[in-house]
Design a binder for this molecule. Structure first.
Ligand code: XMP
Length: 319
């Protein structure tokens, strides 16, 4: 029978047979797919797995530490954390076009990953969190993530001497099965049932030029929104929710003072396939609470707006 336990046992056998005593490299992003691959490979081959986690400075509040604590501290997975915030932000300086931002972030990621990979000796395999829908859609290769996968697929970017073979243990699974496998492997529920997060991260949620201060503001606002969604039991009812930093200044008032500051937009959608989506009709009282908290706790935000655009005509992300 097709149960998470069966899938797990079968995957473990297959991985061990395939890999033998070789060492395996995995780019860990903190997303569901790469997290499940990390847990699965760790269970199968223990210390033969080495993960590289690139902190690009475009992650959400506390995300980097959370990845390290789950995998390195709790599970004992070998994770090399690369702090690359400076490198990403300096490359993004002055860049405002969304597609150009995506390209820069993707290329910088590959560059750093390759640097780290070439430093590791006798790694024979590159593991990836490719899942069945990625396989089907790989021809389209629409997202940056797919592009990174593709460029790693032909191993063009990686040092040729390494001659890495590709290991894709989730290749035959649907998202739902990947999640069940994650639970079976003991990953925390909140990690396995997380909303999707785009590869370019907050880089496409700070509209226009990506600068440190804007990222810091966005992180705080986003954290409040997500925290309140969880507290209200609404997180699992929406498919994706996040805050967006708008570099537009509007006038507000704080105490006796006039404030002229950026705007935060909140976005929450319900969808099955992310190809079309409806904006989530969150309760007014809930939106009111989130707005008040952001206004009170996040400095330099003049107002909070809620996005009521469906997809189409809007995309889910703002860039
Ligand atoms: P859109 O904005 O196109 O988003 O309606 C659909 C889904 O894809 C995610 N998304 C991305 N994921 N790299 C990714 O890995 C990207 O460049 C990218 N752009 C959008 C988005 O978060 C949503 O879940």
């Amino acid at each position: 029978r097709w149960t998470p336990r069966n899938i797990l046992e079968e995957s473990l056998d297959r991985i061990r047979a395939q890999v033998g005593k070789d060492r395996v490299l995995l780019g860990l992003s903190g997303g569901v797919d790469s997290s499940v691959v990390a847990a699965l490979l760790h269970r199968a081959i223990g210390d033969q797995l080495v993960c590289v986690f690139v902190d690009n400075g475009l992650l959400r509040l506390g995300e980097g530490d959370q990845v390290m604590s789950t995998f390195a501290r709790h599970m004992g997975v070998r994770v090399i954390r690369v702090d690359a915030e400076e490198r990403f932000l300096s490359r993004l300086k002055g860049i405002t076009d969304p597609e150009q931002k995506r390209k820069i972030i993707g290329n910088t990621f590959i560059e750093i990953f390759d640097d780290e990979a070439s430093r590791l000796e006798d790694v024979r395999w590159l593991a990836q969190g490719t899942i069945y829908p990625d396989v089907i859609e790989s021809a389209a290769a629409k997202t940056a993530k797919a592009r990174v996968i593709k460029s790693h697929h032909n191993v063009g970017g990686l040092p040729e001497t390494m001659n890495l073979r590709l290991l894709e243990p989730l290749r035959e699974l649907f998202k739902d099965e990947v999640r069940q496998l994650g639970i079976e492997l003991g990953l925390p529920y909140e990690m396995v049932y997380r909303h999707p997060f785009p590869g370019p991260g907050l880089g496409v949620r700070v509209l226009g030029e990506v600068v440190r201060d804007s990222l810091a503001t966005l992180r705080q606002a986003d954290h409040i929104f997500i925290e309140e969604l969880r507290r209200a039991g609404l997180y699992d009812q929406v498919s994706q929710a996040f805050a967006v930093f708008l570099p537009v200044h509007s006038v507000g008032v704080v105490g006796d003072n006039r404030l002229y500051a950026p705007v935060i937009a909140l976005r929450a959608v319900e969808t099955l396939d992310f190809m079309t989506a409806r904006w989530a009709h969150l309760p007014y009282e809930f939106l009111d609470l989130v707005c008040r908290r952001i206004a009170n706790e996040v400095p330099n935000v003049s107002r909070v707006v809620y996005d009521i655009t469906g997809k189409p005509p809007g995309t889910i992300e703002w860039e």
